[in-house]
Ligand binder design. Structure first.
Ligand code: ADP
Ligand code: ADP
Length: 244
């Protein structure tokens, strides 16, 4: 059994239509199934509006699917089970396209990282400080950087901070939602290398949402192509990219 799987996942939204009296239903994702093995990368490719973020929200557990199941470590996700949702939250972390939007501008980054540990672990004050220093070094930042606020960093460094926040709880899965799109091309390669290093060192599995096929071919083991909420192609990188 895989680390993370989805089976026949569907999510519909009720859309209020002002044009018509009745409510309309929008099927944001339809019948999505996938398997992600430990230490592997599954790329999710699709144009804007194809349902990639909707899929991510069902997998993290912040939204309840209309139908279908998500399995993590052989356990079916119970969306009403608060304790399980919390556990899932620690084990499946997200990074986003624009790190600045997801970082609190008022918080020194050391404090922000300590807070993640305070909420989610039983580490002591001293242990939290040590873990923050270790994590900063892991993502290529200096321990002294902990005193700075997010605006004092470059775009690439901010993405490193967001990655630090994602890995500090030692998650098994990271959902990376277009993690390179907001960065300069020269910085993209550095962040990509960092993500791959972390995969090797920590055994992290990635759900890697991207529209950049060069990046996908480079990082992914498996690929799922979505169009208007449905999977239109699915297979290994070789199967998807080496077609005649
Ligand atoms: P992507 O991440 O691939 O751009 P999304 O998952 O954001 O796609 O969106 C898929 C479809 O679902 C779009 O048509 C979008 O407008 C719709 N959608 C997403 N979230 C909601 C929501 N909360 N309420 C209504 N419609 C939504
Ligand atoms: P908790 O449920 O532990 O109280 P919060 O929901 O308050 O956590 O989140 C604390 C901070 O961590 C927020 O800034 C949030 O954006 C971020 N965060 C929460 N969950 C994740 C996750 N799975 N991946 C990445 N960042 C997360």
């Amino acid at each position: 059994m895989s680390l993370l799987s989805a089976r026949h996942l569907c999510k519909s939204y009720q859309i209020k239509s002002y044009q018509f009296a009745q409510k309309n239903q929008l099927d944001a994702i339809k019948d999505i199934s996938f398997d992600l093995e430990k230490g592997k990368t599954l790329a999710i490719v699709g144009e804007s509006g194809s349902g990639k973020s909707t899929l991510a929200r069902q997998v993290i557990g912040i939204e309840k699917p209309t139908a279908g199941e998500v399995y993590f470590n052989n356990q079916v996700m119970q969306y009403n089970d608060k304790k399980m949702r919390r556990e899932r939250f620690k084990n499946i972390r997200m990074i986003f396209q624009n790190p600045y939007e997801s970082l609190n501008p008022q918080a020194r980054i050391g404090k922000m990282l300590e807070e993640v540990l305070r909420i989610n672990t039983r580490l002591t004050d001293k242990q939290r400080k040590e873990k923050v220093a270790e994590t900063l070094s892991r993502v290529g930042l200096l321990s002294e950087h902990r005193h700075r606020y997010p605006h004092m960093f470059s775009g690439g460094q901010r993405q490193r901070i967001a990655i630090a926040r994602a890995i500090i709880l030692e998650p098994q899965v990271i959902i990376a939602d277009e993690p390179l799109s907001a960065l300069d091309v020269s910085i993209q390669a550095q962040i990509l290398n960092l993500l791959q290093e972390l995969q090797e060192e920590m055994g992290i599995s990635y759900l890697f949402i991207s529209h950049d096929l060069n990046v996908v071919e480079h990082v992914a083991d498996d690929v799922m192509v979505m169009y208007r909420g449905e999977v239109v192609e699915q297979g290994t990188v070789a199967q998807i990219f080496d077609q005649p």
